[in-house]
Design a protein around this ligand. Sequence first.
Ligand code: G6P
Length: 361
Amino acid sequence: DAGKGEYDHYMRKEIDSQPTALANTIEGRIDGDDVVFENLPPGSFEEIETVQFVACGTSYHAAMYGGQQLREAGVRTEILRATEYGATSGPVDERTLVVAVTQSGETADTLDAVRRATDQGARSLAVTNVVGSTAAREADEAVYIRAGPEVGVAATKTYSSQSVTLALLTQRIAADVPDATPVADRAEMLESLTALPDHLETVLETSQAETLAREYLDSESYFFIGNGLGHSVALEGALKFKEITYEHAEGFSSGELKHGPLALVTEESPIFAVSTGSNDEKTKTNAIEARSRGAPIVAVGPENAPLADVTETQLSVPDTHPVWAGLLANVQLQLLSYHAAELRDRPIDKPRNLAKSVTVE
Ligand code: G6P
């Protein structure tokens, strides 16, 4: 269904379609405690020593999410903004796999980064939503996120499907790369992934994001913090918020807050603190610091995460493996941005100055 149906905005329709989109993303890709990509059989990555992720915007945040998991599995990993590829890439050769993360498959900056890497002999893989896109055609291999078409300029369901695809791809790569150590609790992680569409449904049905969007409507700034996997979720939360509300929003790694941004923290700057249920201590400590400066703190994550003690205000998500909790937290933040933009009567599906796909550098 290409229309908006009963919805006022495509963005809201796309947020609500995430349980189905994710079920499609996952379908056929888990076999017991193995991950299956038909075109990438076991052994596909035996020659690879370094993996580079290149991406822009929301796709960069999904790349952070996947790349961090690959690094944790002991694979040498670089996560690079495609716009800064020339300045930030280490040397590449045929033992480098460059993974282009691009919803549209047409982002000029991302295509340019991949071409630079492949010119030096790197192997390339596109993770994209669009079959037949330039990235899919030019890369040595393509993996599709299967989220279905996305119309809203602000990416929502494609971020979730990209992140899940990358988490699975990470396990596939780590199984091949010599000396890598795929996560110890892989079976448990994959099993909880099969429950993710249901957990997402719960978030969509129970979210208090609209109430909070209203409560903080007149704030000066909106800050998002998190560490580890929660860091990328915080960055994505802030990007979405600024894209569609036009308010000042910033995302930080929790520990960075005290290295400068704390100067901006007042009673007028709510802080959305993302937890995943793992490594949340830094986020808790820094949230306490911000609270002592008067900032309202909203804990975004599992109800029993340590952050919940810091505040009475929560956007909670069902208990799950920490790898998926961040994605559920992100859906809460999508809803927060959506309602905040709706209350301000913004053109949610077509924010000023932005395009769905940017084909110039
Ligand atoms: C544009 C869009 C963003 C998107 C980025 C990367 O800037 O406005 O929402 O995240 O491009 O797009 P891609 O298609 O490469 O994922």
